[in-house]
Design a protein around this ligand. Structure first.
Ligand code: C2E
Ligand code: MG
Ligand code: MG
Ligand code: MG
Length: 279
């Protein structure tokens, strides 16, 4: 109907909201059921030392094996899991799985786990990390927790306390997606980071944009002077890897080496120095 009177428009809008709210409720129910039905699985993506080419760690990346919809990426369900608080349970599942899997890997291969800001602020965090380490027997020094800048925005006192508690346990902290948020340099001074992960957007434009190159150079230089490891995300080709090596970036992660894969593929991913993702 072409007639756009105020009331019609309003009703249309309201109907749209209803549909959206309903889809949200369905997804929420689906998420809860999925947790019960064990439909979540942790995939792993290798992170290599740029100088030696050795796999030094794997990042744990959550996937949902949906019975009807197939494999679902985190972008499609993590925001709702955060809104509903389900992320705390999901996050505990990832922590437990990642520590249990990593305990079976060689001792010099670490595991990196993403923490949602909601999970980071939950009073359970220290207990869940302690439990995951104890249950798996994984050395705390092999666990890295990745947080984003949004965690650092509010209540810096509490954040700082949590970060220090984690580090006192031996766990290392990475600042994920660096360069996409507020990227205040004062964060690097105020909070105890072991690693900076340079966001994929800078890496993808490395060869074509002078300014991306300049940013990578600045961040790797900063890392070097502050004694913080730098990891480039989203490395997809040799040209990017070569530029990163030249700038002295410590580690690289990306499809050039492998896409994230199930835990059963870790041994294979540890194999050759230049295994490529073929699927
Ligand atoms: P992230 O932590 O920055 O993870 C890196 C993302 O980049 C992953 O997407 C990975 O598959 C993708 N990636 C890696 N190399 C390449 C590449 O060469 N090219 C391209 N185009 N992409 C690459 P994924 O697995 O879809 O995860 C997306 C985001 O979801 C993650 O970004 C992280 O923020 C969040 N996430 C994933 N797993 C978890 C989890 O267990 N808990 C929480 N809280 N968040 C998670
Ligand atoms: Mg990450
Ligand atoms: Mg990242
Ligand atoms: Mg990223």
């Amino acid at each position: 109907r072409a007639k756009a009177d105020g009331r019609g428009t309003y009703r249309f809008f309201e109907t749209g909201m209803d549909a959206r709210a309903q889809a949200r409720r369905l997804l929420e129910m689906d998420l809860r059921a999925a947790l019960q039905r064990d439909e979540f699985e942790v995939y792993y993506q290798p992170i290599r030392d740029v100088a030696s080419g050795r796999v030094v760690a794997f990042e744990a990346l959550l996937r949902w094996n949906h019975p009807q919809r197939g494999l679902i990426a985190p972008i499609s369900f993590i925001p709702l899991a955060e809104e509903t608080g389900l992320i705390v349970q999901l996050g505990e599942f990832v922590l437990r799985s990642a520590c249990t899997d990593a305990a079976t890997w060689p001792d010099d291969v670490d595991v990196a786990v993403n923490l949602s800001p909601v999970q980071f602020k939950s009073p359970n965090l220290i207990a869940s990390v302690t439990e995951a380490l104890a249950a798996s027997g994984l050395d705390a020094r092999r666990l890295e927790l990745e947080i984003t800048e949004s965690v650092l925005l509010q209540n810096s006192e509490a954040t700082l306390t949590t970060l220090h508690e984690l580090r006192a346990m031996g766990v290392r902290i990475s600042l994920d997606d660096f360069g996409t948020g507020y990227s205040s340099l004062s964060y690097l001074r105020s909070f105890p980071f072991d690693k900076i992960k340079i966001d994929r957007s800078f890496v993808s434009e490395l060869a074509t944009r002078e300014d991306s190159m300049a940013i990578i150079r600045a961040v790797t230089g900063l890392g070097r002077s502050l004694g913080i490891v730098t990891t480039a995300e989203g490395v997809e080709n040799d040209a990017q890897l070569e530029l990163l090596r030249r700038e002295g970036c410590t580690q690289a992660q990306g499809y050039l080496f492998s896409k994230p894969r199930p835990a059963s593929d870790v041994a294979m991913m540890l194999g050759g120095p230049r295994l490529r993702a073929s699927a």
